[in-house]
Design a binder for this molecule. Structure first.
Ligand code: ZN
Length: 375
């Protein structure tokens, strides 16, 4: 059986680690094109100036426009060439990170998340969008990022909503890897290079990735609540460090090499209605986790463990929590149909799924979340 596992060359996290960014740039050259939203770069400008000086490297600001479009990628590639840059730094949230990966085409890219709202930083994958914000395509690169650098002090100062959303994304990782394993489906780590849609190359998950996915779930149950409280107080604690590692490294490796299943398919269904709600990716994934467990008819104790965790930390458990409580029947139908994409991760479920089954899971998960909240 062919199996694949992919990861960044280096993962480093610590308090004030951003001060060492110049060191990693110096391993790749002298000049780095920095892709980040203005407000994110401003938040850490003192540290960027410090590291530039200390390690004698130079930043070229890309003046990133905020969306991962083919036009923006081409524009930044031109700036990269004109300025004779040696490497890319993607700094900020998902959009800046994905754009940096695309501009670099996977080569010599350093990822610096300033929030940990989802598990994309470690992956060799980036999502590209149209100018109007609708989804265009996914791109896979030969290499994962050269370095993923996480400054825990920067993460602690960010709004807790992001950390929580990252926990929502990490919550699904184990259950989706488990479904992928049960169905012996392919994982993303086996994807060939380039922009394409769906799983194109046969590769199954490793035991290593499955163990990391399981560890992500165990870490959330053990340290999630304490980490959320530390984040509310902007404090770096061992629990917060554990959850930052969970959201970025464990969930990142777990999803990419362990596989996605119904949860992310349902997320992609809801993305059709993105104008209705400002829910973050990980918030929708939190709700979607209950949907998948219901589709699997998972043991009551397991479903209750997930619900109890969601309630303890404040993650979405109902449609109202993610802003979709006024969905029409037509919208629900459209969400379920989109989730059933024949090339999508719903195919990794270990049994046949229908549009009706997805609809039933969404409606029942919502009721279950409501009932659980009422106690
Ligand atoms: Zn995700």
């Amino acid at each position: 059986m062919r199996k694949a596992f992919i990861s960044p060359s280096k993962y480093v996290q610590g308090e004030k680690e951003l001060n060492n960014l110049g060191y990693y740039i110096a391993q790749l050259g002298k000049k780095a094109l920095i892709v980040g939203k203005e407000e994110d770069i401003d938040r850490v400008s003192d540290q960027l100036a410090y590291t530039e000086d200390k390690f004698e490297v130079e930043f070229v600001n890309a003046d990133f426009q905020g969306e991962v479009t083919r036009g923006e990628i081409t524009r930044l590639q031109k700036i990269f060439k004109e300025n004779h840059c040696d490497c890319l730094v993607g700094l900020g949230g998902g959009k800046a990170i994905d754009t940096a990966k695309c501009v670099a085409e996977g080569k010599n890219v350093i990822i610096v998340p300033t929030i940990v709202a989802q598990d994309a930083p470690t992956s060799h994958l980036a999502d590209i969008y149209h100018e109007d914000g609708s989804f265009d395509a996914s791109a896979h690169f030969q290499d994962s990022p050269s370095v993923v650098l996480v400054d825990t002090a920067v993460i602690a100062k960010a709004p807790s909503r992001y950390l929580l959303a990252g926990m929502g994304d990490a919550l699904a990782t184990y259950f989706e890897a488990r479904a992928t394993r049960r169905s012996n489906s392919n994982v993303n780590a086996g994807q060939p290079n380039g922009i394409q849609d769906g799983i194109a190359q046969e590769a199954k998950g490793t035991n290593a990735a499955y163990a990391l996915a399981r560890l992500a779930y165990d870490m959330l149950l053990e340290h999630g609540q304490a980490a959320k409280l530390a984040s509310d107080l902007n404090q770096v604690t061992p629990a917060l460090e554990d959850i930052i590692e969970t959201n970025v490294l464990l969930s990142g490796l777990g999803f990419e090499s362990g596989g996605l299943a119904a949860v992310h398919a349902i997320y992609s269904g809801f993305s059709l209605l993105h104008e209705k709600s400002d829910a973050l990716h990980g918030e929708i994934v939190s709700f979607g986790t209950i949907c998948q467990l219901l589709m699997e008819n998972a043991p009551k104790a397991e479903v209750e463990q997930v619900l109890a965790f969601q309630e303890a930390v404040g993650l979405p458990m109902t449609l109202s929590d993610i802003g979709f409580d006024d969905m029409t029947d037509e919208e629900l139908e459209a969400v379920a149909e989109k989730a059933m994409n024949p090339k999508g991760s719903i195919q990794s479920m270990p049994f046949d799924v229908t549009v009706q089954a997805v609809k039933s899971a969404i409606l029942t998960a919502d009721r279950l979340g409501q009932a659980y909240k009422k106690g």
